[in-house]
Design a protein. Structure first.
Length: 490
């Protein structure tokens, strides 16, 4: 076998959004030039602009917007527009079409509430769901009265058995979530040797379909633990309790389907294995850790213009998971020991409400002259070199690129002890319990007062990255595993 074809599936990341997963994907596609790639990109809506120049070995990009469309298939269907409406008309005229769909809807809904669902059966339902909507119109089916009446009765019965009483709002939201998230099953499925999902999420469903349809191998990458991050996000939402219970049941089901059908699960750190084994019931023999790698010629010590003040830099989205509020509190603590300290945060806001909270905290703690929201940067290597050291205060990570990038720039990293950060940083930086801003400040003050230690640790940090965390290490591992899977082995 000489040439193989891989379909990379993404969700809310590459090539429309920046971040660690997008960095990883862009490196992978650019560096493995001997493999043809297609991309299936699940996105929030169709009105986002592409953020990356795709390499020439990417021969097809399929966009799957979940919201913002009048007709779910209008941005992905290969049918001419008039045939889409013809399918809609034919669906409306066929009463039996709806009856067939009710079986798929029932199977998925019951599985959401089951502790140990039959994943082989669910895989068949997902494949049947996909094939069904090759014949019938998605929007017409979901919006039929028969579907609503059936779903309402089914949800009331399932919850009554558990002593729960749903509101109309809970049921409407539940059906709406199935409608929106299962748009991912409408994707065209190109024939390929391997389907490579970037998360144990809805973007893994096309991989399950391809495995059923063509016998394609399914490689599942794990950057963050998707289900854990969704638990955190949904727990903070304002949805009613029973609505939260349904959406988390759906997400849990989808994640476990990914683990079940994947031929190989490749987390970016060993830390993720515990989730994959315990939560995903994944067999250890299917798991192979492949660490992220970076360009150490780009990320290195640079001569850049720096502020004269002692500077602490962080690069992170302004997002609750990144816990920027803790970084601001660290700044306030540092001010007590280092009166002229400067803390710089590079990164865009993902939530204006959270950004507002952060700015209010800066004002409340009186650190406006010490804390800067520096905005997005296209040159993180320069941003990192502006600091005397680097900080990451996230409450959830897998194996963040910024940690190894900062280390490669000869910057000591003080980071939350989350995810796989310990696997690269232990002995080469400082690990702190999440949210413990006083200990964060204590470690930074120690380095400020002990510049010889800071200099020694800076050099050692880069050496650590050079031993196994370069692009060539990551790319070599993925290429080897692509060809192994394509040949039917692991």
């Amino acid at each position: 076998m000489n040439n193989i074809k891989v379909v990379l599936t993404t969700e809310g990341t590459y090539p429309y959004y920046t971040g660690g997963v997008s960095t990883w994907a862009h490196i992978l596609l650019n560096e493995i030039k001997d493999i043809e790639f297609n991309i299936i990109a699940i996105m929030m809506h169709p009105f986002v602009s592409i953020k990356f120049d795709l390499p020439i070995n990417v021969t097809k990009l399929i966009n799957i917007p979940l919201w913002g469309t009048e007709e779910p298939v209008e941005y992905m269907s290969e049918l001419p527009f008039h045939k889409i409406f013809l399918k809609k008309f034919e669906t409306e005229q066929n009463e039996k079409a709806i009856d067939e769909f009710l079986g798929y809807l029932e199977g998925i809904t019951i599985s959401i509430y089951e502790e140990n669902p039959d994943f082989e059966k669910i895989g068949d339902i997902i494949f049947g769901f996909h094939n069904y909507f090759l014949k019938y119109d998605y929007s017409t089916v979901f919006k039929s009265k028969k579907v609503w009446d059936f779903f309402y009765k089914l949800m009331m019965e399932l919850n009554k058995k558990r002593g729960l009483e749903l509101s109309i709002y809970d049921i409407v939201e539940s059906l709406r979530w199935i409608y929106r998230f299962f748009i991912s099953l409408l994707s065209p499925i190109p024939k390929a040797d391997i389907y490579h999902s970037s998360a144990a999420a809805f973007c893994g469903l096309p991989c399950v379909i391809a495995k059923k349809k063509f016998g394609s191998k399914f490689l599942l990458a794990e950057h963050g633990v998707y289900v854990r991050e969704q638990y955190i996000f949904i727990s903070r939402s304002r949805f009613p309790f029973l609505s939260k219970m349904f959406i988390m049941g759906l997400i849990k089901l989808i994640s476990r389907i990914n683990y079940y059908f994947a031929d190989q699960v490749s987390p970016v750190c060993a830390y993720n294995k515990r989730w994959e084994v315990k939560f995903g019931k994944t067999k250890e023999k299917k798991i192979k850790v492949i660490y992220n790698g970076i360009d150490t010629d780009r990320f290195k010590k640079l001569d850049v213009e720096k502020d004269k003040r002692f500077t602490v830099v962080s690069i992170a989205r302004i997002d609750p998971l990144k816990d920027i509020e803790t970084f601001i509190r660290v700044c306030a603590e540092l001010k007590k020991e280092i009166p002229n300290v400067l803390c710089k945060l590079y990164g865009p806001p993902t939530s204006q409400d959270y950004f507002k909270r952060c700015k209010e905290l800066v004002k409340e703690l009186d650190v406006k002259k010490h804390f800067i929201f520096a905005g997005s940067t296209s040159t993180p290597e320069r941003a990192m070199n502006e600091g005397d050291l680097f900080v990451l205060t996230s409450i959830s990570e897998a194996f963040p690129f910024v940690v190894i990038e900062a280390m490669a720039c000869e910057r000591v990293v003080v980071s939350s002890d989350v995810g796989g950060v310990r696997e690269v940083l232990e002995g080469y930086g400082f690990l702190v319990k999440p949210k413990d801003y006083k200990v964060f400040a204590e470690k930074i003050v120690y380095l400020y007062k002990n510049r010889e230690v800071l200099a020694e640790m800076s050099l050692a940090a880069r050496e650590r990255v050079l031993r196994g965390f370069r692009i060539r290490d990551m790319v070599r591992n993925y290429r080897i595993n692509y060809y192994k899977l394509a040949r039917g082995g692991f």
